[in-house]
Design a protein around this ligand. Sequence first.
Ligand SMILES: [Fe+2]
Ligand SMILES: [Fe+2]
Length: 186
Amino acid sequence: MLNQLYDHIEKSLPPKRYQHTLGVIEVAVALAKQYDINEHSAEIAALLHDVSKCMNLEELHFYVECDETLKYYGDMGELLHGFAGSVYAKKELGIHDEDILSAIKYHTIGRRGMTTLEKIIYIADAVEPNRNYPNVDLIREKAKTCINDAILLEVDRKLKHLLEIDAPIHPNTVDMRNCILGELGK
Ligand SMILES: [Fe+2]
Ligand SMILES: [Fe+2]
């Protein structure tokens, strides 16, 4: 089954996006070991996290279920591909593990109360070896010792960027940040 999923993803994504996916798998499996969670779940979630990345808006909307989180933000493509990917993984690929589906769903915007698997996919997406931006090495190293600190660094970078380009910020991202601050006792 795993080989079939790899074949499906390789066929669904352009080579560069597939390379990115392999990078996310590499980091996610290493972090799963580090944080003592199921490595197989991390591999599946990482493999499928961008399964809907190349869908057009029509296809995305076909898969996205009506969801309170999408209210007012339903046309943000970056957000939609996680939501559509999670539904696609369940309906078309037979994935029923709720933690895996949630990790796919929220990998771009996060949410309050993320599980360790969700945090791992969120940060692996941001720091896989093909990513290259100022401070990526710092966030990469931080992820190995304190995933919450790594997410804070990454989310601050993301929020600054969104403010600079006057882009909408999904409330889930702010919720995720507040929640992680709480978990860190700040
Ligand atoms: Fe993505
Ligand atoms: Fe990704």
